[in-house]
Write a protein that binds this ligand. Structure first.
Ligand code: ARG
Length: 461
């Protein structure tokens, strides 16, 4: 019979027991459940509800339950429904009637809310550390290969020549913001629900602030109903995960493109690539493809949570049991994806010479001619039109900007002197973009310094 057997004449139907049971998922947070119960036993003794001896018996018993769960000696039955009842039932079996006192001044509703916050705290700290590490890996890559010249794209069409370091930094900054989002989520979940009871508080003289402190929270959740009903901290954390996964997925997409023969900029290490069972030549970018694929799962988890919560009346509703599958999977998938992405960047090879020649004369230098004209006093809009005519002419000839000589240039506009030809150099074009955040080497270096300083400060939360 269940722990509520007083009111019921029979057990639930077998299919209901299976449907109701969340042990599979809950077993990932048994440590947190034991930790919360130990703190609760201590507080019950401090409040004079238990004798110090009784509290000792409960804590020792909880340690034994923990040892049994850890070794696999205790495998709770489905009929126990969740980790809270599994731990309590085993405790009573081990220590006898005193075990029945543990559930004073709490309910499973505040227990589950507490366990989940404890679980989240540790995992989000790990996620934060992984994201900081990924920023560092991207910066190392900038240091190593940042001067490599590549085309910068808009609409996946060649736009302007840039340095690879510039592009990698554009991936690093979003990851920094992801880490900051996780840090913010950690701050918001830093409140303890334990002792809220079912939703109304308790008549017993416990001090929730002391329990909060014992469990490492800054304060108790101020409202007992909110303490058991709120899941916005879960949604916020999974939302941070989903956003981070979209960033990892964009990196993954580029790694897939760049490692193709068509781009040929990147060669993935054998650590993170796989072959084909039929095509002997293949070196497939499976790691980034999997990251891109898993982004969908995490976005799905966020949707699950938002829909789960949106129609729920206060306070606890059983629907909320579904939160952990989405949360655990989203956080674990994101942590693993961050680690894999860091591994891919750390071990790949950049084909540095890939675009060195290929960008010479390319239309992606067209903006240079317009910018040159601006330095000669021509309004940018007029300069843009003139260069548009030059591009059209080159295309008609079936060539590119390398068709231009000094005489031809001047024929398009008198201000286009012979020295304009010197502007048609991709590396020079990148070097001229010294504005803050630009692709010039010194602008890249400034950002690297800025992000390195942030990484040092952010390493531990
Ligand atoms: N298994 C439940 C959950 O995980 C625990 C809370 C149950 N509370 C209740 N009143 N049925 O959400």
């Amino acid at each position: 019979m269940a722990l509520w057997d007083g009111r019921f004449a029979q057990s639930p139907a077998d299919d209901m027991i299976a449907f109701s049971c969340s042990l599979d998922t809950d077993l990932q947070m048994w440590r947190e459940d034991i930790e919360g119960s130990r703190a609760h036993a201590t507080e019950l003794a401090r409040a004079g509800i238990l004798t110090p001896q009784e509290a000792n018996v409960l804590r020792d018993g909880l340690d034994r339950v923990a040892a049994e769960l850890s070794s696999g000696a205790y495998v709770p039955e489905d009929s126990l429904e969740d980790i809270h009842m599994a731990v309590e039932a085993r405790l009573i079996a081990l220590v006898g009637d005193v075990g029945k006192k543990l559930h004073t001044a709490r309910s499973r509703n505040d227990q589950v809310a507490t366990d989940v916050r404890l679980w989240m705290r540790a995992r989000l700290q790990a996620l934060h550390a992984a994201l900081v590490e990924l920023v560092g890996v991207l910066l190392d890559r900038v240091d190593r290969d940042g001067e490599t010249l590549i085309p910068g794209f808009t609409h996946l069409q060649r736009g302007q020549p840039i340095l690879l370091g510039h592009h990698l930094l554009a991936h690093a900054w979003p990851i920094q913001r992801d880490a900051q989002r996780v840090y913010d989520a950690l701050k918001r979940l830093d409140a303890c629900p334990l002792g809220a009871g079912a939703m109304a508080g308790t008549p017993h003289p416990i001090d929730r602030a002391r329990t909060a402190e014992a469990l490492g929270f800054s304060a108790p959740v101020p409202n007992a109903m909110d303490a058991v009903a709120a899941r916005d901290h879960v949604i916020e954390a999974v939302s941070a995960c989903a956003i981070a996964m979209t960033h990892l997925s964009r990196q993954a997409e580029e790694l897939v493109l760049w490692s193709s023969a068509e781009f040929g900029l990147v060669r993935l290490s054998e650590d993170y690539a796989t072959g084909s069972s039929i095509m002997p030549q293949k070196r497939n970018p499976d790691a980034p493809e999997l990251v891109r694929g898993k982004a969908g799962r995490v976005i799905g988890a966020l949707t699950t949570l938002l829909i789960m919560v949106k129609g729920l009346p206060l306070a606890y509703n059983r629907d909320l049991q579904e939160d952990r599958q989405a949360l655990f999977d989203a956080v674990q998938t994101t942590v693993r994806s961050v680690h894999i992405t860091a591994g891919v960047w750390r071990t790949l090879t950049i084909e540095r010479a890939r675009y060195a020649e290929a960008l010479q004369g390319d239309f992606l230098l067209a903006t240079e001619l317009a910018d040159y004209l601006v330095t000669q006093g021509v309004p940018f809009r007029d300069a843009h039109h003139v260069v548009g005519c030059i591009v059209a002419w080159c295309e008609e000839q079936g060539g590119d900007l390398s068709l231009l000589d000094a005489q031809r240039l001047t024929s398009f506009h008198p201000a286009l002197g012979a020295d304009a030809l010197a502007w048609l150099d991709p590396r020079g074009a990148a070097a001229r973009r010294r504005s803050l955040g630009g692709t010039a080497p010194e602008a890249i270096e400034a950002q690297v310094q800025q992000l390195r300083a942030w990484c040092r400060g952010a390493a531990v939360v």
